[in-house]
Design a protein around this ligand. Structure first.
Ligand code: CMP
Length: 137
C-alpha cells in the first residue's frame, strides 16, 4: 500500500468545499490515515515549499497558503501518489479534466484548491513535515 500527502488549500476551505473534496477522496478508495486543520505560518509554508524559493510565484504562493486554514491529509491506497494527482487534475484548473478537484473547485493556477505530492520520495518528505509517525495508522 502506498501513501501520499495532500492539502485542501485555503480557497477550498474558505469556500466550504472541504467536505466535497473529502467525499471525492473517499469515493476514490483512499483511506484517510491522518487529517488536521491548521492555519499555516509563514515559516511552515516557506519550509514546505522550499523547492520553489526563488521562483516568480513564490511570494504569491506563500501569501495564499497562509491566508486561512488548510486541511492536511495523509492518504493511503494502491498507487496513491499517481491516483491523487489524477483525482486533483492539472495544476492549472483551466487545463484540468472535468470532475477533478481543481476543475470543480480551483479558480486559477495559484488558487487551485489542492496539493498532492509529485513522487513517492516527496510524499515521504512532505508527510514527515506535517505528521508524526505515530499519527499515520
Ligand atoms: P502545488 O501542487 O501546491 O505546488 C506548488 C504550487 O505553486 C502549485 O500547486 C501551484 O498552485 C503554484 N503555482 C505553480 N505555478 C504557479 C504560477 N505560475 N503562479 C502562481 N502559482 C503557481
Amino acid at each position: 500500500m502506498e501513501r501520499t500527502f495532500a492539502i485542501i488549500k485555503p480557497d477550498a476551505v474558505a469556500d466550504g468545499n472541504a467536505g466535497n473534496i473529502l467525499a471525492l477522496i473517499e469515493k476514490n478508495g483512499f483511506k484517510v490515515l491522518a487529517l488536521r486543520k491548521q492555519h499555516l505560518t509563514r515559516p511552515i509554508a516557506e519550509g514546505f515549499y522550499a523547492v520553489h524559493k526563488g521562483k516568480g510565484f513564490f511570494e504569491e504562493l506563500i501569501a495564499f497558503m497562509t491566508e486561512g486554514p488548510v486541511i492536511l491529509l495523509a492518504l493511503e491506497r494502491e498507487d496513491a501518489v499517481a491516483k491523487w494527482r489524477e483525482v486533483m487534475g492539472a495544476t492549472n484548473p483551466e487545463k484540468a479534466e472535468a470532475g477533478t478537484v481543481r476543475k470543480l473547485y480551483g479558480a486559477n493556477i495559484g488558487r487551485n484548491a489542492s496539493h498532492g505530492s509529485d513522487s513517492q520520495e516527496n510524499a515521504a518528505i512532505e508527510l514527515a513535515w506535517f505528521f508524526r509517525g505515530y499519527e499515520l495508522n
